[in-house]
Design a protein around this ligand. Structure first.
Ligand code: SF4
Length: 655
């Protein structure tokens, strides 16, 4: 019997209209756990590096995690993997909500699409009955309204539906997949779904998941629930409100936006407004938010309620969470009310709430600089908010200049030329980043930005505080109940970290300590992404309920895989190495691993080189960032080393 997982994937060949239920290999679960790990293995085995994002040979994988749908709190992530049209690398965007548990209850761990459908279709998974259905009547429909249309058409109000909007249909490089209470937004995976001709995937499942030792597992889950309650009653002192609690940053519950509005950049990551926040704005924005926020909502089996349903009078309801509350507002130098209004249209279109506002602000900067002219923007309104709506409508339809902008700032700048490249200044690996520009280089963040392959900083960081605490008393208080550290040395690093003086940034923490800290943070994300646990309860917030010490117990009692901390560390490293191997095979190298040039004002090129050298060595990568033969073999990835050798990526003895 298989525990925690179903042991079956659904394979959908869209070109032939073929549907297969395929048993999976339990040995791969032991090696990679599930979720991102097994997704990466499938990508490695079946998507050769020459494959273009919009080739029929590109796969689109919807993977649940090993613990998905079990009673483990927050085990609800879907990991969507494909080759990104924007970065040309392996993307693995995630969504929460209810979709992944429903898929497992239907009897499948993953849905794997290959080929392309000649017509727009949707997939209906109803336990053992799986059909590809015509979706021509849904063409052009919004990503949120499509979900309701399909539920009504199927007469199944309990179906969970993941859908694309117009942006996905038109292969906008930052198109998202929307799914009721969550979305998978980064790196244009919605464009690949559109290219394959899939409008939506509806799923309804009523089966059970087996657990190896259910009583023990449920006991552990209850402990997690108790710890969540404890953390909610005891927010962490000394950090800004959104970092004090669990979950995705609680933007829907909180009103205090001083930190975001004064520290994040406005426009296309252009201008910081250090004195923006005041009592008057706080009152106004609070009222705006209270007027449109219908209720706070959670994902499957989680009490934290990070999201909210938003109902702006006159337009249909949608879901929002986290910093997307401010992305449009700040990109347009506008007001929160505008942010809530335009986000509704953007969600129906199905676009990433981080990249899209930056792309539009970028276009307006080019217009102001005379690089784009009235000829490029015929009929564009003169007011700022009107311009944003105008641009959004054109981007998702790929009309006129919208067709160029739909490729994101990096590719659009290349196409436009005339100096547009210098306006696309906030990308890593060709992908728009959080609009942050700071003063002093932070060596820990430097490494995360440079080497992270999720290409989204908020999903790499988390376990170690973002900055030092001012006094020793505060630090001692913080480390007192810091049970999550995998080793006591992390407490030492934190205690000695000062805001000023010899033990301050950029030279403290030192290279070795930075490598260990980043490795710990990254390891936790790779574990979450394999298990399907929400990062908001594990790798992202400070002092989370899941950590290195209790995760092995969940895996052992849930999946029946004999696991300890060492084994789990090895599995996470194996998955991390395999994700990297996929990208190395596609040409990614050290030269690609750099934060935006103006991310920090104060840069230290020698230190940055030393950090990268140190981290590469720590991870078992050579000077160019390529995993060495030895490190691959240690992680049972000898076949990757062989492939690298055959392709001349590594040469024997030249690691
Ligand atoms: S912590 Fe928030 S984002 Fe995570 S599962 Fe719970 S409600 Fe969803």
């Amino acid at each position: 019997m298989r525990y925690a997982e179903t042991g079956y994937n659904l394979e959908i060949d869209l070109s032939r209209g073929n549907i297969e239920r395929v048993a999976t290999d339990p040995r791969l679960t032991e090696l990679h756990l599930g979720g991102l790990g097994t997704n990466a293995k499938i990508m490695w085995d079946r998507v050769p590096p020459e494959t273009e994002p919009f080739s029929p040979d590109n796969l689109l994988i919807f993977g649940t995690g090993l613990l998905g749908a079990t009673p483990a709190v927050g085990a609800n992530r879907t990991i969507v993997t494909t080759i990104s049209p924007q970065t040309q690398l392996m993307a693995y965007s995630m969504m929460g909500g209810f979709w992944a548990p429903e898929l497992k209850y239907a009897g499948y761990d993953k849905v794997i699409f290959r080929g392309k459908s000649p017509n727009l279709v949707y997939l209906w998974i109803n336990n053992d009955k799986v059909e590809i259905r015509d979706a021509s009547h849904l063409q052009g429909k919004g990503a949120v309204e499509t979900q309701e249309f399909i539920r009504q058409e199927l007469k199944e109000p309990r179906a969970h539906v993941a859908a694309i909007g117009l942006a996905g249909e038109n292969k906008v490089y930052f198109a998202s997949i929307e799914q009721g209470r969550s979305s998978a937004s980064r790196q244009g995976i919605g464009a690949v779904m559109g290219d394959k001709g899939i409008k939506a995937i509806a799923v309804r499942g009523t089966k059970d998941i087996n657990l190896a030792r259910p009583a023990e597992f449920i006991g552990l889950s209850n402990d997690v629930m108790k710890y969540i309650e404890h953390r909610q009653k005891n927010p962490i002192a000394g950090v800004m409100p959104i970092l004090a609690v669990l979950g995705s940053p609680q933007e829907m519950a909180l009103f205090d936006e001083e930190w975001h509005t004064q520290n994040f950049m406005w426009g296309n990551a252009r201008e910081r407004k250090k004195d923006f926040w005041n009592k008057e704005i706080e009152e106004k924005w609070k009222k705006t938010q209270e007027n449109v926020r219908t209720r706070l909502i959670s994902c499957y089996n989680c009490p934290v309620k990070c999201g909210a349903t938003i109902s702006v009078p006159g337009i249909s309801t949608y879901m929002m969470k986290c910093f997307s509350k401010l992305t449009y507002t700040m990109a347009a130098f506008s007001d929160l009310d505008f942010g809530f209004r335009i986000a509704q249209r953007a969600t129906e279109y199905g676009v990433d709430g981080y990249s899209t506002p930056q792309v539009m602000a970028f276009a307006l900067e080019l217009y102001e600089a005379g690089i784009l002219t009235d000829q490029d923007m015929p009929g564009m309104p003169s007011d700022n908010e009107g311009r944003f709506y105008w641009l959004l409508d054109r981007i998702v339809r790929r009309e006129g200049i919208g067709d160029v902008l739909a490729n994101g700032t990096y590719w659009a700048a290349q196409q436009i030329g005339k100096g547009a490249e210098k306006y696309a200044h906030n990308n890593i690996k060709k992908h728009e980043q959080l609009p942050l520009k700071l003063g002093m280089l932070n060596p820990i963040y430097f490494l995360m930005y440079a080497t992270g392959e999720k290409i989204n900083i908020t999903q790499i960081e988390g376990q170690f505080p973002q900055s030092p605490f001012p006094t020793m008393e505060e630090r001692e208080e913080f480390v007192k109940d810091w049970i999550q550290v995998p080793d006591e040395k992390f407490k030492e690093y934190f205690l000695k970290w000062d805001p000023r003086g010899a033990n301050s940034m950029p030279f403290y923490p030192g290279v070795e300590a930075c490598c260990e800290i980043v490795d710990w943070m990254e390891r936790m994300h790779y574990i979450d992404d394999a298990l399907g646990i929400c990062a908001g309860l594990s790798s992202f917030p400070l002092k989370p309920p899941y950590h290195m010490h209790n995760y092995p117990l969940f895996i052992s009692s849930g999946a029946g895989i004999d696991m300890d901390e060492e084994g789990l560390t090895k599995a996470a490293r194996r998955n991390r190495q395999l994700v990297r191997a996929n990208n190395i095979r596609r040409g990614m190298r050290r030269a690609d691993e750099k934060p935006p040039e103006d991310h920090w004002k104060k840069r230290f090129p020698e230190l940055e080189e030393a950090l990268l050298d140190g981290y590469y060595k720590f991870k078992g990568w050579n000077r160019d960032g390529i995993p060495t033969k030895e490190s691959l073999k240690e992680l049972d990835l000898g076949y990757v080393a062989e492939d690298f050798e055959q392709r001349g990526i590594i040469k024997d003895g030249q690691d």
